[in-house]
Design a binder for this molecule. Structure first.
Ligand code: MLC
Ligand code: AMP
Length: 506
């Protein structure tokens, strides 16, 4: 079943009921959303979109951006959202790899506009309100009653790009049925009900904001207060009107540090959910003390949707991410994908109806990520505790998570290593009080060479999204290596801890 059609069966009877309550804007009802997504889908059909065609979207968060996503589902198109922080080099790769039929961006997105033109994208439209090039404007002449396309369960609803420890980013293919399965499970597990109001502050180009938050709301047929981005002052202002809040750990660090946070402010919030990155025990405890609420942690990833969650009716424990979802089979595996006993550490491997359908045009990479007996290898290291709760204790993949965004050192090191005079570089994640982790880059130079760190920053900013830029860059004589010649990143983290702490203190 088309995911939009599945949502449709769950809309409130009275279609005048609110869906999107934008901060400082007019409330949009379920009915208005249905009409608008009908027009948007009509325009996609007029552009000749067929099932499986990609619609690449890089736009700021807005109700129209939500409509565009839902319109893609309705038209049978594959929604392909991109972080607005991505730079030209990153965008060019996505364009060439995904070969979209339609690109929609903000009018000021000059890099993407130029790239779409030079790469011969058939249709380039912008998200402004006026003009022939405006998606929204052109959609206004379409009929509102679009017949939602029939799709097979395996047809794709979205592709989200995920970087990797080697090579370039991979397009994670997500089917209508995988997305629906996760929405239904989370809706049930988190007891969504009439009267719920979600405070939605997350970006909508990643799994957390786009699927977890939006899908549970649509599955429940209730409204969301809709913020263009997370700003702690705005969140605090609207918390008293919300019953559910979802965020990455940085949101909770900032909320816990806000003078207005109190049990009174959170009086209507029945559920604070957190995920996408490790939640420090200190944040869990501080937030509980200040708000009178215990955060419900859940663990997921783009390829798998949500995998585990704490239970609402059981005590929560900081440092754990709850139990596998009812339809997820989870094992902790050691070498040769052998399951280990409770309490032992190994890779988290799963089977789930919410799993992706593979990496876009990369069957060999897809095969590498599955075991012979069909488990998906998450690359996360975990343990199962005596009561069955899962604890994530590390990562097998060379990745750091900063403010909820994944950062792959390899991408940064490749840019730095290309600079004149550089022998090599290593990027590691260091503890950060606000972002959880942040990048530290160590560079070694050829004998006699010198390197202006401002040049390194400029090169990185030109090539990569701003959140990927290391917060501290240092030059060193050598990098520590093991007997195999591999850089020992764990040693870098301890060796540079004092310098890092001094940097944070400035
Ligand atoms: C912004 N900056 C960051 C950053 N975000 N640096 C490191 N990590 C980040 N996440 C930098 C900018 O480059 C800029 O630096 C400066 O901080 C201010 O930028 P800003 O845009 O004003 O920051 P802010 O609005 O405060 O944004 C921080 C944030 C945001 C935490 C609110 O990053 C955010 O909303 N993160 C959520 C990410 C998310 O949704 N993840 C879910 C992925 S799904 P300069 O030097 O340029 O000025 C997933 C699966 C799952 O992982 O399980 O859910
Ligand atoms: P992404 O590829 O952006 O979907 O990020 C997925 C990764 O985020 C996972 O593989 C984990 O490493 C991490 N992650 C998600 N949720 C949590 C959590 N609750 N605790 C720790 N790490 C998490």
């Amino acid at each position: 079943m088309n995911l939009f059609a599945a949502f449709r069966t769950r809309f409130p009877k009275n279609l005048d009921a609110p869906l999107i309550i934008p901060r400082g804007g007019n409330t949009i009802s379920y009915g208005a959303m249905e009409r608008e997504t009908g027009r948007f889908a009509g325009l996609l059909a007029t552009l000749g979109i067929k099932t499986g065609d990609r619609v690449m979207v890089q736009v700021e968060k807005s109700p129209q951006a939500v409509f565009l996503y839902l319109a893609c589902l309705r038209a049978g198109a594959v929604f392909l959202p991109l972080n607005t922080a991505y730079r030209a080099d990153e965008l060019e790769y996505f364009l060439k790899d995904a070969e979209p039929t339609v690109v929609v961006c903000d009018p000021g997105a000059s890099s993407l506009i130029e790239l779409a033109q030079t790469n011969g994208v058939p249709h380039l439209l912008t998200m402004d309100a006026e003009g022939q090039g405006s998606f929204v404007n052109r959609a206004q002449s379409m009929a509102e009653d679009f017949a939602t396309a029939d799709v097979r369960d395996s047809d794709l609803g979205a592709i989200l790009y995920s970087s990797g420890t080697t090579g370039r980013p991979k397009g994670v293919m997500l089917s209508h049925s995988a997305l629906a399965a996760n929405a239904a499970t989370l809706h049930r597990l988190w007891n969504f009900t009439v009267g719920d109001v979600l405070l939605h502050c997350l970006p909508i180009f990643h799994v957390h904001g786009l699927f977890v938050a939006l899908h549970t709301t649509l599955w429940n047929g209730t409204p969301m207060i809709f913020h263009a981005k997370f700003a702690v002052e705005d969140a605090v202002t609207d918390l008293p009107r919300a019953t559910v809040f979802m965020g990455v750990p940085t949101y909770y660090v900032r909320l816990a540090g806000h003078p207005a946070l109190s049990p009174e402010l959170c009086r209507n919030v029945r559920l604070f959910l957190c995920g996408s990155a490790p939640l420090l025990e200190e944040t869990f405890t501080r937030f509980a003390e200040r708000s009178g609420r215990q955060i419900v942690e859940r663990y997921g990833m783009t390829e798998a949707g949500m995998i585990t969650s704490a239970h609402l009716d059981k005590p929560r424990r900081a440092g754990t991410v709850g139990w596998p979802l009812p339809d997820v089979t989870l094992r902790i595996a050691a070498e040769s994908d052998r399951a280990v006993a409770k309490g032992e550490t190994g890779e988290i491997q799963i089977k789930s109806p919410a799993l992706f359908s593979g990496y876009w045009r990369k069957p060999e990479k897809t095969a590498e990520d599955f075991t012979a007996d069909g488990f998906f290898k998450t690359g996360d290291l975990g343990q199962i505790e005596p009561d069955g709760m899962v604890a994530i204790v590390g990562r097998a993949k060379d990745m750091l998570i900063s403010g909820g965004y994944n950062v792959y050192p390899k991408e940064i090191e490749t840019v730095i290593d290309g600079l004149p005079g550089v022998v090599e570089s290593a990027v590691v994640g260091m503890p950060h009080p606000d972002f959880g982790e942040a990048g530290l880059a160590i560079i070694t130079l050829q004998p006699g060479a010198s390197l202006d760190l401002a040049v390194v920053r400029t090169a990185l900013k030109a090539a990569l999204a701003n959140y990927k830029i290391p917060k501290l860059i240092l030059i060193a004589d050598t990098l520590p290596r093991n007997a195999m010649g591999k850089v020992q990143k764990n040693l870098l983290r301890t060796d540079y801890r004092t310098k890092w702490d001094a940097f944070l203190a400035t």
